[in-house]
Design a binder for this molecule. Sequence first.
Ligand SMILES: Cc1cc2nc3c(=O)[nH]c(=O)nc-3n(C[C@H](O)[C@H](O)[C@H](O)COP(=O)(O)OP(=O)(O)OC[C@H]3O[C@@H](n4cnc5c(N)ncnc54)[C@H](O)[C@@H]3O)c2cc1C
Ligand code: SF4
Length: 331
Amino acid sequence: MHPFALSRAVDASMAIAGHADDPQLSFIAGGTDLLGLIKDRAALPERLLDINGLRGMAQIEALPDGGLRIGALARMSDVAADVEVRRRFPVIAEGLLFAASGQLRNMASIGGNIMQRTRCSYFRDGDDLPCNKRRPGTGCAALAGINRTHAIFGWSESCVATHPSDVAVAFAAMDANVIVRSRTGERSIPFTQFHRLPGDSPDRDNVLERGDLIVAVEVPARVEGRSSYYLKVRDRQSYEFALVSVAAGVATSARTITSVRLAMGGVAHKPWRLTAAESALRGVSLDDANVLRAAIATAFVEARPLPDNAFKVELAQRAVLRALETAGARA
Ligand SMILES: Cc1cc2nc3c(=O)[nH]c(=O)nc-3n(C[C@H](O)[C@H](O)[C@H](O)COP(=O)(O)OP(=O)(O)OC[C@H]3O[C@@H](n4cnc5c(N)ncnc54)[C@H](O)[C@@H]3O)c2cc1C
Ligand code: SF4
């Protein structure tokens, strides 16, 4: 195990300044991803700053306008069990409940969850196979290797990994915002712009800079929130990451779709919004499966499967249809 020094933060400004000034320091919340990365030598911080003592960052607030503010230190299990989260945005509660295990969800925080790194096995491999995310400039072992679980959208020659978070897919579908505090103040980053595509620099998963502390995720009130659903397809029914997943939310008038929100997990380096399908589905009846299928297909024109994962293109479209129909049944 790589040795590190551990200290505890009591003041957010000091934590932010410490992180900004010290490139060898990492924040640690639940530690359920970071400690695994350290064991796999995919992260080698010299100093860990425990942020769990920072005040005001663990609350789950139901906002008067119908939205939510979820503190970055709120635990996955607490958010999943919150009555207002379940009532207003079942897709968020389900995205959390289908993730990891009970014990992990009790430890793991919302901020840490959206910051978790890819499960690409070459990235996590202690033998240091070529991996541009782990060691920039070494290549991508997955591109010509085993890439069954990898991306079908938005990948580059440098990296074909997917983002593993489930709840991030639900947040992306609901147009949440990540609230980040730094030395210069607080800013709000639209969730769909928080994670990056790999491009030439897959070592960077998101747009955060040093000295950035996630303080909350805010979910605006959404008419599609109450009739929403999270569908996760995986190799085994529990304790497994998604092959593909879908967050769907829909608003209807007499079974006709008036607006819909769709995002997918397991298909790209970031949660992937199906914007073409969202437009094509407006005005379609939830009872017309053939038209629904055709509208969903518009978002898959740009799919670029890898040698081992062409099955995801069909699987993903079937999953979207099922998620949409299930969300529609809640409308
Ligand atoms: C066996 C296993 C199975 C899993 N299955 C799933 C699954 O199916 N679906 C799923 O979504 N997840 C899954 N996970 C991942 C799990 O959800 C994450 O490990 C967890 O959410 C990370 O939260 P944490 O608080 O423990 O983060 P930590 O490990 O403490 O931190 C992770 C990263 O986030 C950074 N960080 C933490 N908080 C902040 C903050 N406030 N501001 C800025 N940076 C911060 C840390 O510096 C670190 O880089 C699984 C994990 C394991 C080990
Ligand atoms: S897909 Fe990305 S994470 Fe996986 S080996 Fe290639 S560069 Fe590394």
